[in-house]
Design a protein around this ligand. Sequence first.
Ligand code: ADP
Length: 307
Amino acid sequence: MMSRPSVVVVGSSNTDMILRVERIPVRGETILGGAFATAAGGKGANQAVGAARAGGKVALVARLGRDMFGDQALAGFARDGIDVTQVVRDDRFPSGVAFIFVASDGENSIGVASGANARLTPGDVRRAQNVFSHAKVVVAQLEVPLAAVTAAAVSAEKAGAQFILNPAPACAVPDALLRRVTVLTPNETEAELLTGIRVVDEASASKAAARLRRRGARNVIVTLGSKGAWVATERGETMIAGFRVKTVDTTAAGDIFNGALAVALAEGQPLERAAQFANAAGALSVTRLGAQDSAPNRRQIERLLAR
Ligand code: ADP
């Protein structure tokens, strides 16, 4: 059997504290009622779980606090067979948490305490050399300090691995970092923040992608929600139409897309085909509630792709 493709994810891990309320409380207000749930989240952790379920051999480089939330996150990673030897437990800062109000109309309001995520250092990344040395693809996002993301890009280059940067949450990225990116994967909002071009359709996605390629990213995939994704490569550009699915919860669709994309690229699939695979994984994720809970497995992704 072919050995499983090696993926390293450098990024955040959070515990989402979700409170379903009739409506979002206003300043100074207390609202009684509503269901509470906790769920495993954080873009880095979501992408790691997405990649593991899609068939990757995944290692996560991250920081957690020495607390109950950190323990629970690690237990979740173990269930998905993720290598956590490079997850550092921070002695001073707590694990990251997100407080999420979800109103009955689906509207939400979120506050994030980054905690240990904000303490991930270039040294943490460099010390993870043993996992990078096997990596075919390295993935990072922007919920951890830019210095750690840049170190991930450098480590990827040294390992001869492709580097996927998911520039989320939306925030500026220096050209020096873009030049190290094999595939940049902004959604519409992030593409707009990075280029100033309002991305609403294929034409504007194409324009934004071209600008990001000129700034140094070798390939760009602009994810367009239910519409699918725009893929711009050295060889040309193409639209990948979204799968028609019943949407239940779009949380983490982009994360699951990126995790699956990493696995397909690590297997040596060409970018367009890898993007199709990711498109199927992203579509399946919106048919289920939750972030990591919504990540589909390999068999489910292949079944949708074959349809
Ligand atoms: P983010 O979650 O980062 O905002 P998107 O909303 O662009 O990212 O979703 C990422 C990918 O997930 C899309 O490119 C698409 O492949 C898939 N996807 C998202 N929403 C849907 C949907 N409603 N129906 C089908 N596929 C979807």
